[in-house]
Design a protein around this ligand. Structure first.
Ligand code: SF4
Length: 365
């Protein structure tokens, strides 16, 4: 399996919590940027690709013609598998029929919509450009236009969020024609406007217990509504798990094109510059070789975040050693504490273990 990620670093407005590489007011550079993407893609001509993910930024901030051009480039340059999962990220409020048609005609078969919440006060607080109604209508419209595989991104632990408002958001989410839901807790990143407001005491965040309660409620509610948890923050209807993300989580190789994108070839990771001008001017990628220990740590961390856990066989095949000879002590301890389980093939976290996953993962690295 191999994935292709394409970064589109343009946004209409910066969300207050965002520290991703994305720029406001630079859409006029998009044509030049796409040319640079094509130049970079040529280095990988003929590579077989199983999943494509156009992310950002806000890919739906591009014009219909630009979206078409990127999709066309993928099929022209790469050997795209017939059953390729081809995702694009979109923001409610930046889509119109010509863009949606360009996506579908271009072979894009999955769309991931950044909704975050169906509560207008919460959306305003984190600086989203859309309201709840626009997000709701967008999802129905995408379905009507022909998207069968739709993901919806939500956030928990938002400023002033209550259990009540989270319940409303989740109820709305499952009433929509979506096959996948991601739900990440808000992290207040240094240097963001939200961090400045938080440090001035302008809002309160749900405390640790409330955060945990919200998470437990989310998992349970989504399960009851047919969305099975397959990773700590990801839920899908049966067969609709995101194959692209699973490539990252199982340590398979991927190619990343665009500013700040990184690639992994099984031995090393390559990073592109975060500076859009430098990228357009052809800046070299930085190389970070990974040691065997690095690869093992990543395999454990991402593997344990997935419900299916770490395959004992895959670990042995990949690293030439039994996982128990490296981590026997930790595994025994966590199984004894009912934080991990072994089903004869895989090691995974129990529900209790997911609750304290961060401290468990720390002990493995
Ligand atoms: S839309 Fe996404 S990438 Fe753009 S500012 Fe908001 S969170 Fe950041």
């Amino acid at each position: 399996m191999k994935g292709l990620y394409i970064h589109v670093p343009f946004c209409r407005q910066k969300c207050k919590y965002c520290d991703f590489v994305s720029f406001v007011g630079k859409e006029t550079m998009a044509d030049e940027y796409i040319k640079a993407l094509k130049r970079e893609a040529e280095e990988y001509r003929g590579e077989k690709i199983d999943t494509v993910f156009i992310g950002g930024g806000t890919p739906s901030a591009l014009t219909a013609e630009q979206i078409k051009e990127i999709a066309r480039m993928c099929f022209d340059v790469f050997d795209i598998a017939q059953d390729c999962e081809f995702t694009i990220e979109a923001n409610p409020g930046t889509l119109d029929d010509s863009k949606i048609t360009a996506m579908l005609d271009g072979g894009i078969n999955r769309i991931s919509v950044g909704v975050q919440s169906f509560n207008d006060t919460e959306l305003r607080k984190i600086g989203r450009i859309h309201d709840a109604k626009t997000a709701y209508n967008t999802i129905w419209h995408l379905k009507k236009m022909g998207f069968l595989n739709i993901n919806l991104d939500l956030m928990t632990a938002l400023p002033n969020q209550t259990m009540e408002s989270l319940k409303n958001t989740l109820e709305t989410a499952v009433s929509l024609p979506v096959s996948h839901i991601s739900a990440y807790s808000l992290i207040i990143e240094d240097g963001t406007p939200l961090e400045r407001e938080y440090s001035r005491g302008q809002f309160v965040l749900p405390d640790e217990d409330e955060d945990r309660e919200m998470y437990a409620y989310t998992v349970d509610f989504l399960k009851k509504n047919g969305f099975l948890q397959y990773e700590i923050s990801n839920f899908a209807r049966s067969g609709c798990e995101c194959r692209h993300n699973i490539i990252y989580w199982t340590g398979e190789p991927y190619i990343g094109l665009g500013t700040a994108a990184h690639s992994y070839n099984g031995d090393a990771r390559y990073y592109n510059t975060s500076d859009i001008n430098e990228y357009i001017n052809g800046a070299e990628r930085a190389l970070t070789p990974l040691t065997r220990e690095d690869k093992i740590s990543e395999f454990i961390i991402t593997g344990l975040r997935m419900n299916r856990g770490i395959s004992e066989k895959m670990f042995r095949e990949r690293f030439g050693i039994d996982i128990k000879s490296l981590y026997g002590k930790e595994i025994e301890k966590f199984i004894g504490l009912d934080l991990m389980r072994y089903d004869g093939e895989n090691y995974s976290l129990t529900e209790k273990g997911i609750d304290v996953s961060n401290s468990i993962l720390c002990e493995f690295v």
